[in-house]
Design a protein around this ligand. Structure first.
Ligand SMILES: [Zn+2]
Length: 348
């Protein structure tokens, strides 16, 4: 299948993020994407760089002021005396304050939701190219490919319309879904990353034209903590168009697949014209940040069941932090997907 990937991701290489009160080495690394693209090439997939789609597809889901912050924020931050070249905010609006301040020192806390989204000088060009990869893969599917893979880095599903968080800046899958909506009727997003896709949910929560479904580790004691519960099912016109299936920590292949079948049944009922997958590999049994126990063969079975839905599908890379095994988990997924739809590595 076609793999869309931009080398620009390497501009985004922060050193550290906050983990249990300590600054730990950044888990969302350049090596992740290098491992994934090497694995895709080794399978014979065609890897191409995205075109420049400009700002319009991003502005269709993100606020203009947020995009301006992403584009200019780091330069403004570096004008502060003694500023660390990695942005880590020190104050957040929380639940009780709403005003967006004029200063960059305040805006970093307004637009960055937590201490796991360090922003560096190269974050914006990387995030922009990552979103363009998602748009390009979607365009391939809209013009006839049965499936395409956007190898996005940085990932996107924790980014809200006006807020970065959890290694994410631009919500790639949301940008792709909105791009698909411009040319297709109904769009469904299935998020199989181990973390709840809180940003994606937030962007589409009150809409009935984009169905969002997420399987993830129970957020009661796991990131992102404040969303991803069963009772969250959409609001207003979107009531009933969000489905959350939180899973007990330690859930392995067999029980995961039961929940996946429930998600797939809901997607079939929604009857989408285009399906997008937020494809994280951090549900993997050895993932250092994960809480589930999906095996490499488990990812193949997940792929078979998704492929059997039989809809034009865009795979959008999200998390996955066991760098050494990322490539073989991707190969397991893509190989099983293509075998199910009857395409070879270069087919479609
Ligand atoms: Zn994740």
């Amino acid at each position: 299948m076609d793999v869309v990937f931009s080398e620009a991701h390497a501009h985004h290489a922060p050193r550290e993020f906050l983990l249990r009160g300590n600054f730990a080495p950044m888990a969302e690394t350049v090596e992740r994407a290098e491992n994934l693209v090497r694995a895709a090439r080794d399978m014979g997939h065609r890897v191409t760089a995205p075109d420049d789609w400009g700002m319009a597809p991003l502005a269709a889901v993100h606020s203009v002021e947020y995009l301006e912050f992403l584009e200019t924020g780091h330069r403004r931050w570096m004008e502060l005396p003694g500023a660390n070249p990695e942005i880590h905010p020190h104050a957040f609006p929380g639940r009780h304050m709403r005003t967006r301040p004029e200063s960059i020192a305040g805006q970093v806390g307004y637009h960055i939701g937590d201490l796991s989204a360090p922003m560096v000088a190269g974050t914006w060009p990387a995030a922009l190219a990552s979103a363009h990869a998602a748009v390009q893969a979607t365009e391939l599917v809209l013009t006839g490919a049965p499936v395409a893979y956007a190898l996005c880095r940085p990932p996107g599903h924790h980014a809200f319309a006006d807020q970065a968080a959890g290694f994410c800046f631009v919500n790639n899958v949301a940008v792709a879904a909105q791009h698909a909506r411009g040319k297709a009727g109904r769009v469904a997003i299935l998020d199989v990353d181990v973390h709840h896709g809180n940003g994606t949910q937030g962007i589409f929560y009150d809409r009935s034209d984009v169905f969002f479904c997420s399987l993830h580790g129970d957020p009661g004691s796991f990131y992102p903590y404040f969303a991803g519960y069963r009772a969250e099912s959409g609001a207003g016109a979107g009531t009933g168009y969000t489905l959350n299936l939180p899973l007990a920590h330690g859930t392995a292949d067999a029980d995961y697949l039961v929940a996946l079948d429930r998600a797939i049944a809901a997607i079939r009922r929604f009857d989408p014209d285009v399906l997008l997958i937020s494809l994280g590999f951090d549900a993997y049994e050895k993932d250092p940040l994960g809480v589930l126990r999906i095996s490499t063969d488990g990812f193949a079975e997940i792929a078979r069941r998704i492929a059997a839905i039989g809809r034009p599908t865009v795979l959008v890379q999200e998390g996955g932090y066991h760098v050494g095994d990322l490539g073989r988990n991707l190969q397991s997924f893509l190989g099983a997907y293509e075998a199910t739809i009857g395409a070879g590595p270069r087919g479609g």
